[in-house]
Design a protein around this ligand. Structure first.
Ligand code: 9YT
Length: 128
């Protein structure tokens, strides 16, 4: 069994800070769960252009307010606490926070550690 808490993990390399967001990677590839699990904060006013070409991702909003724009259809879906989105088609999207959002995120395959987005909004493919 693996037990971790976000405050302790945020004092380690599990906390990753980037442009418009920071994330606490509570489970990573080397935990051998088949997915990674993150608590991500999207800062107020952030507009993130994302495209996880190499990963599936599900995201659950714990707090805050914003939206996700599906760039394939142009649809904009509101995000508020209780809303989940699942990127089952490697969907290209824009994530916007009108109030700072706390999100619980799962990635398959798992993220290995210090990834930040490349210029296309992706993380590199997992290397075994
Ligand atoms: C909401 C979202 O896209 N989260 C992605 C995870 C976070 N950016 C991280 O841990 O890299």
């Amino acid at each position: 069994m693996i037990i971790r808490d976000v405050d302790s993990a945020n004092a380690t390399e599990r906390r990753v800070v980037s442009e418009g967001w920071e994330s606490c990677r509570l489970l990573l590839k080397d935990d051998n769960m088949g997915f990674s699990f993150h608590i991500t904060t999207i800062y107020e006013g952030a507009e993130l252009h994302l495209h996880y070409k190499n990963h599936f991702e599900s995201v659950y909003c714990i707090s805050g307010e914003g939206s996700i724009e599906d760039l394939a259809t142009g649809e904009v879906h509101p995000i508020k606490p209780g809303v989940m989105y699942g990127l089952d088609k490697h969907d290209k999207h824009i994530l916007r926070a009108t109030k700072e959002m706390k999100m619980a995120c799962c990635f398959n395959p798992p993220v290995s550690g210090q990834e930040v987005h490349d210029e296309s909004g992706a993380y590199p493919a997992a290397v075994d």
